[in-house]
Design a protein around this ligand. Structure first.
Ligand SMILES: *[C@@H]1O[C@H](CO)[C@@H](O)[C@H](O)[C@H]1NC(C)=O
Ligand SMILES: *[C@@H]1O[C@H](CO)[C@@H](O)[C@H](O)[C@H]1NC(C)=O
Ligand SMILES: *[C@@H]1O[C@H](CO)[C@@H](O)[C@H](O)[C@H]1NC(C)=O
Ligand SMILES: *[C@@H]1O[C@H](CO)[C@@H](O)[C@H](O)[C@H]1NC(C)=O
Ligand SMILES: *[C@@H]1O[C@H](CO)[C@@H](O)[C@H](O)[C@H]1NC(C)=O
Ligand SMILES: *[C@@H]1O[C@H](CO)[C@@H](O)[C@H](O)[C@H]1NC(C)=O
Ligand SMILES: *[C@@H]1O[C@H](CO)[C@@H](O)[C@H](O)[C@H]1NC(C)=O
Ligand SMILES: *[C@@H]1O[C@H](CO)[C@@H](O)[C@H](O)[C@H]1NC(C)=O
Length: 437
């Protein structure tokens, strides 16, 4: 496995990204200028290395269109097999996608690199990679996937973006796959399998004002671009909840994998429209119970099999509906193996063997927050009691102290009183005014 991702420019800020892109553009331009002013005789051989980008076509001389890479050509760090129609650029720390990928490629492994950013049209070439069907970008330190990053890949069926810290996934990242020449057709993507396992960015990265799950949900909706998707994997993303319409743009979905997240409920997630759903993996989450609303949704899907393994089921009165449903349903895979996790005395009891007399809420289990409040209360009460005790033990000292204060006050007041009497005596005031004169 490749090591950690370098703290690339995308981690810092968007401004950095822009600067980097500008620098790249400048480099490309410089390269083109130097190659065009240099030896023009050796252009056929050097053309593949200094393949000019289409953006430099503004200059005076109309540049020759980049010739298609000769057959048998393979970008330097990669391994190509024309027979298998496969290109592998694996664990090479590449920072961008080579422009001169062979046109026959159907399967591209681009794993274990240092991409950081996937700009829009990252795989767009002229002529397009018309046969590319399987694209694996897993573990390539991708932090940003721009709008239309997979444009001009009309045959793309399977895309793996797993194990990338995706802090910025454009809401239209998956739009516009098919339209070869139609630039405006930001339409349907041909994708049928999308893998987004373990794409949670590190905590400190800036998620531009949105929640991670919201960002993923927006990209999945994409104005219905992923309408052809059949398989979606979203495991290991620490999702706690799922927005209601998260999967509403995926009407053909058959396989949905959400295992190893932190889901506590399905909330009001709209699963009802996924009428083709066949497998739903909800194992290794944090479900304690499923309630009627979710049970009805699961039961309503005609071909569904759902996996609920390894969830911390809490066997109290709130589980009654689910247990009753479990005993009846055929929807749950291996339902006999589901067992209680809480309370302690019920641990490992199979859910389907419980009856309603087992499921009561009498010994109110305190949740951690409640326990901490109780603890705080006890501590405060103790402090109060100690304070009172100290007061009580010192009652004599305190009495003495109070008396002292009272005496001091009295002395003081008497002093005032005396002075007041002196001032109030008219003879004495006269005397003092005379003596002034
Ligand atoms: C990629 O980078 C890592 C660490 O930065 C290094 O250990 C490894 O040798 C590099 N691999 C290649 C092919 O350059
Ligand atoms: C993509 O490549 C990784 C690393 O080689 C591999 O583990 C994963 O299974 C591949 N994805 C698909 C969909 O085959
Ligand atoms: C391109 O757009 C035109 C009209 O806008 C449409 O007739 C044509 O079918 C589109 N082609 C593709 C491949 O989407
Ligand atoms: C951030 O979110 C707030 C409210 O959620 C919104 O008003 C604001 O426009 C957002 N800012 C950006 C840059 O998206
Ligand atoms: C579960 O997901 C976390 C990331 O959220 C990952 O680190 C861990 O390896 C995953 N565990 C399994 C068993 O896949
Ligand atoms: C989902 O189904 C409901 C009715 O069950 C419907 O009102 C709603 O428009 C559907 N949503 C989508 C995105 O198809
Ligand atoms: C859940 O549904 C069952 C059967 O439809 C019903 O008997 C039960 O009362 C419902 N539970 C709640 C909490 O509404
Ligand atoms: C509940 O289950 C226990 C065994 O676990 C059994 O003895 C008892 O008869 C059951 N009660 C009902 C009402 O089914």
């Amino acid at each position: 496995m490749p090591g950690g991702c370098a703290r690339g420019p995308a981690a810092a800020a968007a401004a950095g990204d822009r600067r980097l892109r500008l620098a790249r553009l400048l480099l490309v331009l410089l390269g083109w200028v130097s190659s065009s002013t240099g030896t023009s005789s050796s252009s056929p051989s050097s053309s593949s290395t200094s393949s000019s980008s289409p953006s430099s076509s503004v200059s005076a001389q109309p540049p020759p269109p980049p010739p298609p890479p000769p057959p048998g050509h393979c970008p330097a760090p990669c391994e190509c097999s024309e027979a298998a129609r496969t290109v592998k650029c694996v664990n090479k720390n590449l920072t961008e996608v080579p422009e001169d990928l062979p046109r026959y490629v159907r399967t591209l492994f681009f794993t274990g690199n240092q991409l950081a950013i996937l700009p829009s049209g990252a795989f767009a070439s002229r002529p397009p990679l018309a046969e590319l069907a399987t694209l694996n970008l897993s573990g390539s330190c991708l932090q940003e996937v721009s709008a239309g990053a997979f444009e001009h890949l009309p045959s793309l069926r399977q895309l793996d973006l797993s194990h990338n810290p995706l802090a910025d996934l454009s809401p239209v990242a998956f739009s516009g796959g098919g339209g070869g020449s139609n630039a405006s057709s930001l339409g349907r993507s041909p994708l049928s399998e999308l893998f987004l396992n373990d794409i949670l960015p590190p905590r400190d990265s800036q998620l531009r004002n949105r929640s991670f799950v919201g960002m993923v949900a927006a990209a999945l909706q994409s104005g219905g671009a992923l309408g052809n998707l059949l398989r979606l994997e979203l495991s290991g993303n620490n999702f706690i909840y799922l927005p209601r319409d998260m999967f509403s743009g995926l009407p053909k979905l058959k396989h949905l994998d959400l295992h190893n997240n932190s889901l506590v409920g399905l909330g009001n997630l709209a699963l009802g429209n996924l009428t083709h759903l066949e497998t739903l993996h909800l194992g290794n989450n944090a479900f304690k119970a499923l309630y009627n609303a979710s049970l009805v949704q699961l039961q309503s899907l005609p071909n569904l099999r759902v996996n609920l393994d390894n969830n911390p089921w809490l066997c109290d009165c709130n589980l009654v509906d689910m247990v009753a449903w479990l005993k009846e349903t055929n929807v749950v895979e291996g339902k006999a193996s589901l067992s209680c996790f809480f309370p302690e005395k019920m641990r490992n009891r199979p859910l389907v063997k419980l009856n309603s007399s087992d499921l009561d809420c009498d010994p109110l289990p305190l949740d951690p927050l409640q326990t901490s409040y109780v603890f705080l209360g006890i501590v405060l009460a103790l402090i109060g009691a100690i304070f009172l005790l100290v007061l009580y033990l010192n009652r004599k000292g305190i009495k003495k102290w109070l008396y002292n204060i009272r005496d001091a006050c009295r002395d003081h007041m008497e002093g005032y009183h005396y002075r007041y009497e002196i001032n109030a005596d008219p003879r004495l005031t006269n005397l003092s005014s005379n003596s002034d004169v």
